[in-house]
Ligand binder design. Structure first.
Ligand code: GRF
Length: 206
């Protein structure tokens, strides 16, 4: 079986990267991680990748004058490893319109809210402040606008009366680690179709 080559972009802890590493370690999983790129040299996710013997590359955004130059450097590294799908996993840089166009429909992100609710940072605090009864996470295709783009999968969790941002984040994170590998699997199986900016999953119940 020819596996789909993925490139994972990180900036930190890398627990979602770990979920992808673990999924890819299953012999029948249809994707493999060809490269992990971090914009931070001290990102813990790099250790995770190295432990799994995955190729890593640090590209420090501070060394580039223009955002698009940094993005081009990442693009070249991804192309070199013949990456077919880019997975953003806690990657804390905004991407240029050029990069998002180049990887359109070939780049996913995981966001810790039920998009379109609570875009941006501090989503757990926002869900609590809004008095939401449910919260969750979303895997979506990336567009030039922040935290926008067709939703591939979402997972919902209840918000408990005594939740803090930390307890809520932990409950959501557990779901992130399930739906990100699942979305990659569906994509690798060629089951993710985008029609008029909406995702349809082949073989899924309507
Ligand atoms: C996750 O909550 C993810 O949804 C968000 O950033 C966080 C990254 O965590 N985009 P990790 O680095 O994957 O542990």
């Amino acid at each position: 079986m020819e596996k789909l080559k993925i490139g994972v972009l990180i900036s930190g802890r890398g627990s979602n990267l770990q979920a992808l590493i673990d999924a890819c370690a299953q012999p029948d999983f249809p994707a493999e991680i060809a490269l992990v790129i971090s914009n931070k040299a001290d990102a813990y996710g790099l250790e995770r990748a190295k432990a799994a013997k995955i190729k890593t590359k640090v590209i420090d955004h501070k060394e580039f004058e223009k955002r698009v130059d940094f993005d081009y450097e990442m693009h070249r590294a991804l192309e070199k490893q013949k990456v077919q799908l880019v997975c953003l996993a806690g990657f804390m840089r905004l991407l240029s319109p050029w990069f998002t166009k180049e990887w359109r429909d070939r780049m996913m992100n995981i966001h810790p809210s039920l998009l379109p609710k609570h875009k941006g940072l501090n989503t757990h605090e926002a869900a609590l402040a809004a008095g939401d009864r449910t919260h969750g996470c979303t895997v979506h295709f990336v567009r030039a606008e922040l935290d926008a783009g067709p939703t591939i999968l979402q997972a919902e969790v209840p918000v408990m009366p005594d939740d803090t941002a930390e307890t809520l984040a932990a409950r959501v994170l557990e779901e992130e680690h399930k739906i990100y590998p699942e979305a990659v699997k569906l994509y690798a199986e060629g089951r993710v179709n985008i029609i008029d900016e909406e995702v349809f999953i082949a073989g899924a119940a309507a």
